[in-house]
Design a protein. Structure first.
Length: 302
């Protein structure tokens, strides 16, 4: 009995030490990362931007920018995917201080969920209040054609895991964060308005995330459509969950790079994804710029 009680106590102590250890490690890691970024710029970004496959060129619209290669930032995950540069670019767009990731990492590259979402944690620690993610996605909705831009209104997490699994850091957010408005309603409205004002057609859809890296089968795409998905991809969902956990507003724009598997008889190739994204980059720039102009007009309300 006593031995049992001791064992229970020991397990409890070990658990506490481990959890405290993880918390401390997180705090130390983030402090080191923040210090390294802080040495390169004094700008305090308000909006974070994540640029997906083939959209890296979007950083060219950032003014007064400082670009930091990922390998010069402690603990920052390095991109291995083709079509992803690896730089953090900090500067202003329409006067709004922004931090942009030129390239992101994916679950299929072998990174843990914690590693994938570490940059969003850093954004939160830097004081970023809003996140705009972009990605390439397959069109599940039969009315979508490659090249379409879609503002994500909701998602289905089909990655089989969640970035918040593990002990919760209460300083970052609650154990059970609400996801009713995972995609901020005002941000969605602002993006749609910009589309109308600028003459860029924007659609509205639900994104389903698979882990990849194999593309989906036609049966998986039919299932996704039945579940209510309009788009399919291998990213964004972890970052959006963590942004919500930290209390940020979030939005995401997908560029339909290809018909999802089985929609046509064509096989899927990564090159067509990159080509479609290059084609869409100009319109994505127009939308992001217009969005930030609106945000700037909304003085201080990010
Ligand atoms: N499936 C998954 N991810 C993708 C696709 C797709 O068809 N296109 C671009 N990213």
């Amino acid at each position: 009995m006593t031995v049992f009680t001791h064992a229970q106590d020991l397990i409890k102590t070990l658990k506490e030490v481990t959890e405290e250890g993880i918390g401390m490690l997180n705090a130390e890691k983030t402090a080191e990362t923040l210090a390294a970024i802080g040495r390169r710029t004094t700008l305090r970004p308000k909006i974070g931007i994540i640029l997906g496959s083939g959209l890296g060129g979007v950083v060219e619209m950032i003014e007064n920018s400082v670009a930091i290669p990922y390998d010069e930032i402690p603990y920052w995950p390095r991109t291995t995917a083709i079509g992803h540069a690896g730089r953090l670019v900090i500067g202003t767009i329409e006067g709004v201080p922004v931090v942009a990731m030129q390239g992101r990492v994916h679950f299929y590259e072998g990174y843990t969920m914690e590693e994938i979402t570490f940059p969003v944690r850093i954004f939160g620690e830097m004081g970023v209040g809003g996140l705009i993610a972009t990605n390439a996605a397959g069109g599940v909705n039969l009315s979508y054609t490659p090249g379409d831009l879609v503002v994500i209104k909701d998602h289905i997490n089909f990655m089989g895991t969640n970035p918040l699994i593990g002990s919760n850091n209460d300083k970052w957010g609650p154990r059970f964060p609400d996801m009713t408005y995972a995609y901020d309603q005002e941000y969605i409205r602002a993006l749609m308005e910009v589309g109308e004002e600028e003459g860029v057609r924007l659609r509205n859809g639900v994104y389903i995330a698979f882990s990849g890296p194999s593309y989906e089968t036609p049966a998986e795409i039919r299932m996704s459509r039945t579940l209510g998905a309009d788009l399919v991809g291998m990213s964004t969902v972890p970052e959006i969950i963590v942004a919500n956990h930290m209390g940020m507003r979030a939005a995401a724009i997908s560029c339909v790079s290809n018909y999802a598997a089985g929609v046509t008889a064509q096989k899927l190739h990564h090159q067509e994804v990159l080509d479609a994204m290059n084609d869409a980059a100009g319109r994505v720039i127009v939308i992001i710029r217009g969005f930030l102009r609106k945000i700037a007009q909304n003085a201080g309300h990010y």
